[in-house]
Design a protein around this ligand. Sequence first.
Ligand SMILES: [Fe+2]
Ligand SMILES: [Fe+2]
Length: 270
Amino acid sequence: MTPDLTFFHISDLHFGREDRGALQWVRDAIALEKPDAVLITGDLTMRARTSEFDAACAWISDLGVPVTVEVGNHDLPYFNLWERFTDPYRRYHAIERLIERELGFPGFAVVPLRTTTRAQWRWPWVDGWVREPALAQTLAAIDALPAETRVLVTAHHPLPERSPEGKHLTIGGTRAMAELARRGVAAVLTGHVHDPFDLVQETAQGHLRMIGAGTLSTRLRSTPPSYNRIELAGSDVRVAVRNREHLATPQVQVGEVPSGPLPGETAAIA
Ligand SMILES: [Fe+2]
Ligand SMILES: [Fe+2]
């Protein structure tokens, strides 16, 4: 069945520790296949340095297709705490219009959900937090769409609140997942853990598809640099993981949401 829409879901570029070969590989595929959009689920930079943002913005700005960008925990100013609290998105200036923006297509929409926060009541800041106003904004955007619109939600952090081992992941994720499932969201697309996955999460309001993209940086977890090609065909959402070692999708997808962003990554990296 010919897809109605094709998206590239890419994540965790981490300019400063980017994999230039992987970035060129994705850029070539975008130029060749011209997906309907590129959905970037955060962590554009390593330390939110101005030079890293400049490189990320230059790379994103001339992809030649519609783009939406989520904010990752690595994209909040780390060295400059004043800026982190007063103007955390200033360094995004060059691609400001692409940040957390909704994309619309006939019968279909991509709606952002913010999971990053400038600070939270517990360390580490690396974890996600779906604050009430952010969830309300996302739900209002979904509720304003025409009935029967199929929706993909984009966010940086995977939404489960705890890993299978009980470690904290994303505060407020349980309620967010239930509300998104209640609205029949087709899938939630995220990054942060640097390994791809495609899971069905049970919620109090029914099933919710959770799709994670890998990384295009040298900060590998257990799988090679990769991105997801997502096809929408009728009510189907088809996911193919493309990675640089020519492994089939099932060989690189993890079976559960990992408990942290990277092995050995500490709170100090945030
Ligand atoms: Fe990351
Ligand atoms: Fe992250």
